[in-house]
Design a protein around this ligand. Structure first.
Ligand code: BGC
Length: 373
């Protein structure tokens, strides 16, 4: 095994470190597997990289952003890869991992569906000499060699501060705040909640805000989120602000608010800067979202994976504590950004969504108003 001297600590470093094309063999004809150019003389053939995405319903990001950016990075590096989506099925998740390893993956990157099944997959891969990366979600008690994500507590803090800003703008007096949290099995959802409760709890304690219903949405399921929020609003019709943990959950709450003509009056938060979330912001129905530059996340993770596939041992300058496994996991954490009506244009400028996708139909005028050109 060669020792690599790849240091990935900061976002900037991850971006500036060029992905070098490396040798490999073409031959895998599967649609989702790239064929790499032939090896340069003397270069060892890099192994295959397997990626398992969690689902395509809990957020649009996995299929529209993560898959696209990872694919681009692997193609640029000229490595063989296979990206599959477990579609929320934990058994399928394990089967896909087994198949990837049987088909020669030497690096496995996963977005776990929960820490238990994630750990089983990671431990098995490790026992077979496969290098592992936790992508976006940390597997608690797991054995991934690296973790690449955003500062997820910071994501939650931006959501909490965003809701406070929107309630202040509306001059809300002692508003009742409902919390629609992410999946209880996703460590990120725990971190988001820590972040926004850090902002909201002092307001509840001081009596500035009144704590309303607070519930988690299993598997981030948007349909269930609608049912849950409907019950919340029946129980507490005076809800005046909604901390929704991502754009999908936010949209579910907005759909319920619309039925009561409360959309736009009750600020709702989100996350992921999806086209739907940004359009809800342009329409005035959603107060804010959190933009996570997924290209940077995918690039940083792909760079680690490519290095591992070449048999190197890349260095990540940061670490994150896995409290359950009592382990410091070498990590790359990126910074999120809060998005309100006035800076939706930043997301377009960054190339994450296009004007064509966003400014359709009635949104065209709103786009002009928001300075999106
Ligand atoms: C991700 C979010 C996403 C959510 C639902 C979280 O782990 O960090 O970006 O919205 O899962 O898929």
């Amino acid at each position: 095994m060669r020792k690599g001297i790849l240091s990935i600590g900061a976002a900037a470093a991850a971006l500036t470190l060029g992905l070098t094309a490396c040798g490999g063999e073409s031959g895998d004809t599967s649609a989702e597997t790239s064929s790499a150019p032939s090896a340069a003389a003397g270069d060892a053939k890099p192994g295959k990289i397997g990626v398992i995405l969690p689902d395509s319903k809990s957020s649009a990001r996995w299929e529209t952003a993560d898959r696209k950016y990872l694919e681009e990075a692997f193609k640029t590096a000229g490595v063989q890869y296979d990206i599959q989506n477990a579609q929320g099925d934990k058994t399928a998740f394990q089967t896909i991992a087994d198949q990837m390893i049987t088909n020669g993956a030497t690096v496995l990157m996963i977005v776990n569906l929960d820490s238990g099944t994630g750990k089983a997959v990671l431990d098995k891969a490790k026992s077979q000499g496969v290098a592992t990366i936790d992508y976006d979600r940390l597997t608690l008690g797991g054995s991934a060699s690296y973790y690449v994500s955003f500062d997820n507590t910071a994501v939650g803090k931006l959501q909490g501060e965003g809701l406070v800003k929107c309630l202040t703008d509306k001059k809300a007096d002692k508003p009742i705040v409902a919390e629609l949290n992410g999946s209880p099995t996703d460590n990120n959802a725990t971190l988001f909640k820590q972040g926004y409760d850090g902002v909201l709890q002092p307001k509840y304690d001081s009596g500035d805000y009144k704590k309303g219903p607070d519930q988690s949405v299993p598997d981030w399921d948007n349909t269930q989120a609608g049912t849950i929020f409907e019950q919340m609003l029946t129980q507490e019709p005076k809800i005046a602000g909604v901390l929704a943990a991502n754009d999908g959950l936010g949209n579910a709450a907005i759909s319920v608010l619309k039925k009561q003509k409360l959309n736009g009056k009750v600020p709702v938060t989100g996350q992921d800067a999806t086209v739907q979330g940004l359009q809800n912001i342009l329409a005035g129905d959603q107060c804010m979202t959190v933009y996570k530059a997924i290209k940077k996340e995918a690039d940083a993770a792909a760079q680690l994976a490519v290095s591992l596939a070449k048999g190197e041992q890349p260095q990540a300058s940061g670490t994150v504590k896995d409290t359950e496994g009592n382990r410091d996991v070498p990590s790359v954490l990126l910074e999120p950004q809060a998005i309100f009506f006035d800076n939706v244009k930043d997301v377009v400028a960054d190339g994450f969504v296009t004007k064509d996708e966003l400014c359709t139909g009635d949104f065209a005028d709103k786009c002009t108003e928001a300075g999106i050109s």
